[in-house]
Ligand binder design. Structure first.
Ligand SMILES: [Cu+2]
Length: 146
């Protein structure tokens, strides 16, 4: 009887995958389709409660909150170099992610959690030029994907 109950529960879980939070994988690369020092993909639109798993496909990268582009009240984070890290995003908003060693080379990405009002997000003005240009391009891709 117990075994039967367990089997029914498992069947129920597999029938309702949409109710479960997703984990989105992002590679950290020395070179990708869009150039040197990139996250791939470099922009994500995810649901509140979803997680992002940062994978050190190449060496010497990490993922950390970009303080200039981080929702008020959301918990900042910083992963260790060369280690996979999983970060859960529960607060809706627009999140900037940086690789600390390569911010100057433009290694950043954008994560939109829920439906952010992109026009109302204070946009950072003091970032290295390559990072600012890539963030702008990522924002345009998020807007175009709606
Ligand atoms: Cu890096």
């Amino acid at each position: 009887m117990l075994r039967f109950t367990a089997a029914v529960c498992l069947a129920g879980l597999t029938l309702a995958p949409l109710a479960l939070a997703e984990v989105h994988e992002v590679k950290m690369l020395n070179r990708g389709a869009d150039g040197a020092m990139v996250y791939e993909p470099d922009h994500l639109h995810i649901a509140p409660g979803d997680s992002v798993r940062f994978v050190p496909t190449h060496a010497s990268h990490n993922a950390a909150s970009l303080p200039a582009l981080w929702p008020k009240g959301a918990e900042p984070f910083k992963s260790k170099l060369n280690q996979a890290a999983e970060q859960r995003f529960s607060e809706p908003g627009l999140y900037g992610i940086q690789c600390i060693p390569h911010l100057g080379m433009g290694m950043v990405m954008l994560i939109e959690v829920g439906d952010a009002d992109l026009g109302a997000v204070p946009w950072p003005t003091d970032l290295p030029a390559r990072a600012a240009a890539r963030l702008q391009a990522q924002r345009e891709k998020l807007e175009a994907g709606r």
